[in-house]
Design a protein around this ligand. Structure first.
Ligand SMILES: *[C@@H]1O[C@H](CO)[C@@H](O)[C@H](O)[C@H]1NC(C)=O
Ligand SMILES: *[C@@H]1O[C@H](CO)[C@@H](O)[C@H](O)[C@H]1NC(C)=O
Ligand SMILES: *[C@@H]1O[C@H](CO)[C@@H](O)[C@H](O)[C@H]1NC(C)=O
Ligand SMILES: *[C@@H]1O[C@H](CO)[C@@H](O)[C@H](O)[C@H]1NC(C)=O
Ligand SMILES: *[C@@H]1O[C@H](CO)[C@@H](O)[C@H](O)[C@H]1NC(C)=O
Ligand SMILES: *[C@@H]1O[C@H](CO)[C@@H](O)[C@H](O)[C@H]1NC(C)=O
Ligand SMILES: *[C@@H]1O[C@H](CO)[C@@H](O)[C@H](O)[C@H]1NC(C)=O
Length: 347
């Protein structure tokens, strides 16, 4: 009970601590500007065209996006660092986001791969995304419903106060080192997934929209891949389907070496009692997995009866999965303003 109260205080700390204010309402000097209907020479009304206009060299480039809804797939693939920032009066809080990017593709609509369904595809290294709402509006299909909002296929990708929406496979965190801070990730089926990446999540809201597993780690070998979640909140989406009740799982193993750690998670979503799932009956894929939790708390896990292939970590085991141990060079590329205050004290 004491640790429950402590944990609630930790999560509330985010809301009540004097939070860092940061605005992003003017394009920084040198930024490429995107604005709906702009007639200004040098500006773009299409986000994909703006990104494609960046020089294919090693210079760092910034794209500043004015409020609006932008339709169509965007690929980031140039060699140098790219920052895409959405206009906002409060860059720390995704509820103030004003920029939406929408695309509608899935394997069912003819895309040749999961990645190619992505609304925003990050194929290069050193990319930072701030205050963008990224939607794959395809919706649900009985089969081939994979419809990715954000596909991360590069190294050192930071996602800050963004919102990602889809149903199946919303976030493809597949290759490279990735961080997700203070963002919102919504889906129902396997909606945080990938094969090889090292991904760290902190201060995010993860919202289940219907029956299914939050993560589907596709780690197939004993490689460095891992998903570490620390101090996130898991809820049922406000417009969730009724079958969400009793049918949300923290993860199922797409790969036999799936490795997922949830620490200090506040869970109100109506989880299945077993908390974790096999891949499929007859094809369980649980031989070499690590499905671990430490200090999950909240109504969603009150009646848990955890699957016997999952692990509840001791405090000393949990202490091995820090931001520092997960992404040792994070100071070189992560925007640390977005870390939770109490997390920075614990490094
Ligand atoms: C993104 O890449 C895909 C696959 O190469 C291509 O079909 C699509 O046109 C690209 N989109 C843009 C806006 O360049
Ligand atoms: C990221 O950019 C920095 C300099 O801006 C560079 O030193 C580093 O190699 C880049 N990292 C990757 C993974 O491209
Ligand atoms: C997405 O595309 C599919 C197939 O083309 C279509 O049936 C569906 O209505 C579209 N959804 C939205 C939200 O545009
Ligand atoms: C959950 O409900 C949605 C909407 O009715 C449906 O499309 C989906 O197939 C259901 N999922 C499961 C696992 O029953
Ligand atoms: C994976 O590799 C690590 C370190 O190399 C080793 O300690 C561990 O036992 C291996 N796990 C499996 C399941 O092979
Ligand atoms: C929990 O998951 C199992 C396996 O998918 C399912 O049989 C059971 O009905 C679920 N529990 C609830 C309360 O829905
Ligand atoms: C784990 O649970 C499953 C189903 O509840 C059972 O069949 C299996 O024997 C158990 N395995 C171990 C190692 O206890």
């Amino acid at each position: 009970m004491r640790s429950f109260i402590l944990s609630v205080l930790l999560v509330l700390g985010l809301a009540i601590s004097p939070s860092f204010e940061r605005q992003c309402t003017e394009p920084p000097p040198g930024a490429v500007v995107v604005k709906p209907g702009t007639q200004v020479v040098g500006q773009f009304s299409d986000l994909g065209e703006a990104v494609n206009s960046l020089p294919a060299d090693n210079t760092a480039q910034v794209v500043f996006v004015y409020p609006g809804t932008y339709v169509g797939q965007v690929n980031v693939s140039r060699p140098g660092p790219v920052t895409i920032m959405g206009y906002t009066k409060n860059s720390m809080d995704f509820t103030h986001n004003t920029v939406t990017l929408i695309h509608n593709a899935s394997l069912a609509t003819g895309a040749a791969s999961d990645d190619l369904t992505g609304t925003l595809r990050v194929l290069s290294n050193n990319v930072s995304l701030f205050n963008l709402d990224i939607r794959n509006n395809f919706g649900i299909a009985f089969s081939n419903g994979q419809a990715i909002a954000l596909s991360n296929q590069g190294d050192q990708i930071g996602v800050y106060a963004c919102r990602l929406f889809s149903y199946q496979d919303t976030l493809y965190t597949n290759v490279g080192n990735h961080i997700f801070l203070r963002s919102y990730i919504e889906g129902a089926v396997d909606f945080i997934f990938g094969r090889h990446s090292i991904a760290y999540f902190e201060g995010n809201t993860i919202a289940s929209k219907g029956a299914g597993c939050i993560t589907a780690s596709g780690r197939e070998l004993n490689d460095t891949g891992i998903y570490v979640f620390n101090q996130n909140t898991i809820i049922a989406a406000t417009d969730a389907f009724p079958n969400v009740t009793g049918n949300v799982f923290l993860g199922r193993p797409w790969g036999d070496f799936a490795r997922v750690v949830f620490k200090n998670t506040f869970i109100t979503a109506p989880m299945n009692k077993t908390i974790w799932s096999i891949w499929n009956p007859g094809d369980e894929r649980i031989d070499f997995i690590l499905f671990a939790e430490y200090n999950s708390f909240g109504p969603g896990v009150e009646n848990a009866h955890r699957a016997n292939f999952s692990t509840v970590l001791s405090p000393s085991q949990a202490a091995q999965y820090t931001l520092e141990s997960t992404l040792p060079n994070y100071r070189d590329w992560v925007d640390m303003d977005y870390l939770l205050p109490e997390s920075t004290e614990n490094l």
